[in-house]
Design a protein. Sequence first.
Length: 251
Amino acid sequence: MPRILVFQHVAAEPLGTLDPLIRRRGHRIRFRNFERHPDALLNVDRYRGLVVLGGPMNVEDHPRRPHLANEMRAIERMLEQGKPVLGICLGAQLLAHVLGASVSRNAVPEIGWYPLQKTDAGHSDPVLAPLHADTPVFQWHGCRFDIPTDAVHLARSNDCDQQAFRYGDNAYGFQFHLEMDERLVERWLAQPAYRDELADSGLPHDEHAIRTQTRQHIAGMQRQADAVFNNFLDLVGRPQRRYTLPSREWA
């Protein structure tokens, strides 16, 4: 039974709808929760895939949060072994940084629902293809990644051009949150720190607008997200070529 390793940064940001999909595929999930165990040792050699979730911290925090540097070394090791990696939000930023790209503040935060536009490469990508053009996706981020050198740019939004990329055959970074369901959206809107971030964002919409848009968009996004995630899970266990990675400027 293939084992998948999951890096979780805070309890409020779990696997969401990706959790039952992984289990239905017959994979075992091993969580590393850095909120509970910031000094956890990260030996990835026994795992067939890695999912790195989001969180309220940023890549630039790695000198004060050593687990972020440990995570990036683990991501690097997975890529060197040719194993699939999926980074979501902060996870995508960590993946991009491992690949030599910069991570910085976005001009404006994206919190709530935003239409996603796929690039030509995104339309034909073997993982992201099921996501329709202009699909509204859920976002909650203030930072953005550059597209790494030699990576393929897959999607953009009006306020953040760098929304998704593929590196090689099996490493994906998604700035957006396809794993959301209505209960998880409500959980975030109930978190005091998240509520404060929304209130201080200067965005024209509030939590009530986000709830209304969630009821409108969540079912459509979930149907497409399940297909996207299943395509990614198809990569687990397949032989893949290994990669020689850029030098570690973050180490």
